[in-house]
Design a protein around this ligand. Sequence first.
Ligand code: AP5
Length: 228
Amino acid sequence: MDTANSATKPAVLILLGPPGAGKGTQARMLEEKFGLVQLSTGDLLRAAVAAGTDAGKAAKAVMEAGELVSDEIVIAILRDRLRDEDCARGVILDGFPRTTVQAEALDHLLEESGQKINAAISLEVEDAAMVTRISGRFTCGSCGEGYHDTFKPTTVSDVCDKCGGTDMIRRADDNAETVASRLEAYHAQTAPLIAYFDRHGVLKSVNAMGGIDAIAAELATIAEAARH
Ligand code: AP5
């Protein structure tokens, strides 16, 4: 964590963007820099699937089809996680909200904890780039660090730069057919939130077609401003 910034107030940041836009990559970098907690509903759902919970059983087939899991399940999972003590440090929401119902539920959840949205950052990318990004993605199974065959390879083949783990994972829903459904779901159900957050005065748009570090620098500036 950047200790120079640790005295600033907790913030709630939202990363909006289609599959492969770089939400997870950037959320992890913001988490490290500002000590905020990354809350990825995709990760929470994958954990529920792996644990075989009722929510996980209901979500599995929907995720495999590239569709959105029901608002009821996702909101319940996020509500539970937001109540954990570490979230009082401030959070980066990665992949939530994805529908207007979820956005309205978030307002209520934050009201309960006396928090509010500081910025909803829309990562703007072209559909064609997302397919390339997703098809080259892999993640360290030990620490969760994300990589890309071309854009962010490990220094030593199949060895995590961060923790030295060698168990690299490729996601089951990262295939061409499912990616097409995920993009369709994004455009139909999630993209309207860009106008929603604009109306609420918290929207920031970032051109996410550049390199990972350049985008990270732009997001850090937005995060810094949002926390003062
Ligand atoms: P989720 O896990 O949220 O997946 P997603 O939204 O499809 O997003 P991704 O994780 O695929 O992409 P990302 O934007 O995080 O990109 P990343 O940083 O990895 O959701 C999965 C499923 O769960 C959904 O389909 C749905 O079924 C369900 N779900 C989740 N949340 C839900 C909700 N709220 N409501 C209902 N259902 C929900 O980057 C991708 C790759 O590109 C990486 O390899 C990375 O290294 C590389 N990369 C990143 N940035 C750049 C760059 N600037 N240049 C080049 N390469 C880059």
